[in-house]
Write a protein that binds this ligand. Structure first.
Ligand code: ARG
Ligand code: ZN
Length: 414
């Protein structure tokens, strides 16, 4: 196996201009339930006013919209016009951002999942784990990001050749709960004394990439907490960044599952694999695909388990029944925990919206990885992307239990 030692890619990083930290003082987030597609359309239209509106969630029946204080009159007028009501669930986004790490404000606190860690802290922790468990871990590098950082991963293998599980996390930079959960899982797989976790850890090969969108993960820590896309500039627009989860070369840009407008949050890029992070992911997985049985792409938020397809709601994968049976096992297992968290499941396009060129579809269609999901973590919209650090452990615990059930159920399939 070709596992490359981490190089010091970050040392030749261009120094980013001292950008001012983006603030969200008195920005509010609303939950809006609509009944007609016309209502939906005319609300989503507001997101064309980039400085004033940002879409947080878009479902079949509701959307969550962040509204700048200056745009409140326009927002209220629009609600009246289309005759829908909006329920505010975050009054002041900046306030939430300022407090999301309150569970542990000590800057030097050891890695304990009581706050969100930055990329340097995650990298240092990965090195610690590699050093502590040299017999069963290998570090790997998918490749380099646009700004030249190494995209790192960790392979945990107790018996090389076990069924492989690939975890892609933090492709969307602002979804911090995903890398917090991925690192927690690594820790459990290596250190847990629980018999069931040991069995789980030792009977699979785990390829875990805690932070895929490395540049922008740094950017969300330093500059804009709510950036989703990449940061590669566009040749045709002043707008920056591509939605990496629309950039895979699989039914790319089909059926309105992505945008061709560089200013949109779901811009698919000038061509498939235009983003080096996504190309790197693809090159790496292509080589190993025979060893990988399960692909899990971590996202937040909405509490969903999404199977292929994303590019069409008209067709379903040939093993769709199996995928639903396995998803049900995940959902049931999570629901049985004391937290009682509810995960809905279905195909991406079926229960969410058309989304083409996403990880789980590409893994399924192009890499022949037939157990392939996008998992949208907590919550359903009380905190959204700015989930307080106190929820890291509950979210991670139920993810572990869910994955355990998912793998057990998929083993039962013929
Ligand atoms: N929230 C995710 C996104 O917009 C969900 C994508 C799920 N769709 C899919 N085809 N996997 O990227
Ligand atoms: Zn996402």
């Amino acid at each position: 196996i070709i596992l490359i030692a981490p190089t010091n890619g970050a040392s030749f990083l261009k120094k980013r201009d001292q950008e001012k930290k983006v603030r969200y003082d008195n920005y509010s987030v609303f939950r809006i339930k609509y009944e007609t597609s016309l209502q939906r359309q005319s609300l989503l239209e507001l997101t064309n006013i980039k400085q004033s509106f940002k879409l947080w969630r878009d479902d079949n029946s509701e959307c969550n919209l962040m509204v700048a204080p200056s745009a409140m009159p326009l927002f209220e007028e629009r609600l009246r016009t289309v005759n829908v009501t909006a329920e505010m669930f975050i009054e002041n986004v900046q306030d939430l951002i300022d407090h999301e790490n309150e569970a542990d404000t000590r800057a030097d606190a050891t890695f304990g999942w009581t706050r969100y860690y930055n990329l340097a802290e995650i990298d240092a922790w990965l090195d610690t784990m590699l050093a502590a468990y040299p017999d069963v871990t290998s570090g790997f590098v998918l490749g380099q990001s646009y700004e030249g950082r190494d995209i790192r991963g960790l392979l945990i293998s107790y018996k090389w050749g076990n069924p492989g599980v690939f975890i892609e996390s933090n492709i969307h930079a602002r979804e911090w709960i995903t890398s917090a959960t991925a690192t927690w899982l690594i820790n459990e797989l290596l250190t847990s004394k629980d018999e069931l976790v040991r069995e789980l850890a030792e009977s699979h090969d785990w390829y875990i990439v805690p932070v895929l969108n490395v540049d922008v993960f740094v950017y969300t820590h330093e500059t804009d907490r709510l950036w989703r896309k990449t940061r590669q500039p566009s040749r045709i627009s002043d707008c920056v960044g591509v939605d990496p989860n629309r950039n895979y070369d699989s039914h790319w840009m089909e059926n309105g599952g992505a945008s061709s407008n560089p200013c949109d949050e779901t811009y698919a890029g000038p061509q498939p694999f235009s983003e080096p992070e996504i190309k790197a992911m693809s090159d790496f997985v292509s080589i190993l695909k025979d060893k990988i049985n399960v692909m899990l792409a971590f996202h937040s938020y909405s509490q969903l388990l999404l199977s292929p397809y994303g590019h069409t709601a008209e067709e379903f994968p040939e093993n769709y029944a199996d995928l639903m049976q396995v998803a049900k096992a995940y959902s049931d297992a999570v629901h049985q925990l004391p937290y009682g968290t509810i995960y809905k499941y279905g195909s991406s396009a079926g229960i969410l919206y058309p989304a083409s060129g996403a990880t789980n579809d590409w893994a399924y269609n192009e890499q022949d990885i037939k157990i392939s999901y996008t998992i949208e973590f907590r919550d359903t919209g009380n905190f959204g992307f700015v989930l307080p650090a106190a929820f890291i452990k509950p979210n991670a615990e139920e993810t572990l239990i869910g994955i355990m059930a998912l793998l057990a159920e998929s083993k039962k399939l013929g």
